[in-house]
Design a protein around this ligand. Structure first.
Ligand SMILES: NC(=[NH2+])NCCC[C@H](N)C(=O)O
Ligand SMILES: [Mn+2]
Ligand SMILES: [Mn+2]
Length: 299
């Protein structure tokens, strides 16, 4: 029987300030994701996009949180769809959208595991809460919310919390962390490979360690890949670029090693913003990474 992948798009840009990430799912589809996965040998089902509508942009005067209600509604819808995909026994592949959609993906996925692991491949920690966020942007909060920290409306998406435990998380590529995030990382002992450590150890060692760490403590691993983990040279189409990032081969190698490990049970690729991109470079990169993650072979 062919392995089955279900793609779902979350065209939502309300978790941050740069409009255009809502076009991410289209850009990734136009870069040929369905063909690419079929060529590897998968049966691919494209479920289309969840409905977002055009909610008015609002900032809560008390908390500074932006577009909370719209982000919550989108994530509830996404959680339901991802849950349905899991129910069908397919591999869920979620296309963002800004990173706040990880809250919905994890809400849909996590209840199928006792100890879900998460690889957060990102320049950022996305560990802010209402109190620590410098921006009020919810795309800086999804990992905290999935740990059960922050605004109740975000934490409770999917009707249960937490979705993950701090000891089952590995952050890879970090180079921009806010003070509150650093404190939380220390407090919870979250495993982080910063750019400094990746430069020193090399990506092969980082992935070997990550894979063996997660293998012995989890029963499924979700990959949440923010394209801004890569250097803006390779991924110019993102809303919050940070220089000094991961390379093209380095990142494909990381994905290839994950493919070899057989560890990954769901994935999402987020923050592709075609308005800021150069001829869909970042969308094409996302598809290259997905190919590597899902076992594409050169020979
Ligand atoms: N998913 C992302 N690109 N997050 C960027 C977050 C930036 C910053 N730490 C904030 O909270 O606003
Ligand atoms: Mn990021
Ligand atoms: Mn992120």
């Amino acid at each position: 029987m062919k392995k089955k992948i279900s793609i779902i798009g979350a065209p939502m840009d309300l978790g941050q300030l740069r409009r255009g990430v809502d076009m991410g799912p289209s850009a990734i589809r136009y870069a040929g994701i369905v063909d690419r996965l079929e060529r590897i040998g998968y049966e691919v089902h494209d479920w289309g996009d969840i409905q977002i509508g055009r909610p008015k942009l609002v900032t809560d005067p008390k908390t500074g949180l932006r577009n909370l209600e719209a982000v919550v509604n989108a994530n509830k819808r996404l959680a339901e769809k991802v849950d349905e995909i899991m129910e069908n026994g397919h591999f869920p592949l979620v296309l963002g959208g800004d990173h706040s959609i990880a809250i919905g993906t994890l809400a849909g996925v996590s209840k199928y595991y006792d100890r879900l692991g998460v690889i957060w491949y990102d320049a950022h920690g996305d560990l802010n809460t209402v109190e620590t966020s410098p921006s009020g942007n919810i795309h800086g909060m999804p990992l905290a919310a999935s740990l059960g920290l922050g605004a109740k409306e975000l934490v409770e998406i999917g009707g249960y919390s937490p979705k993950i435990k701090s000891e089952n998380i590995v952050i890879i590529g970090a180079r921009s962390l806010d003070p509150g995030e650093k404190q939380l990382i220390k407090e919870k002992g979250i495993k982080v490979y910063t750019m400094h450590e990746i430069d020193k150890l090399g990506m092969p060692r980082v992935m070997e360690e990550t894979i063996s760490y997660l293998k012995e403590r989890t029963d499924g691993v979700h990959l949440s890949l923010d394209l801004d983990a890569l250097d803006p040279l390779f991924a110019p189409g993102v809303g919050t670029p940070v220089v000094g990032g991961l390379g093209y081969r380095e990142s494909n190698l990381a994905m290839e090693m994950l493919a070899e490990s057989g560890l990954i049970t769901s994935a999402e690729f987020v923050e592709v913003n075609p308005i800021l991109d150069e001829r869909n470079k970042t969308g094409i990169l996302a598809v290259d990474l997905m190919g590597s993650l899902l076992g594409e072979q050169l020979l």
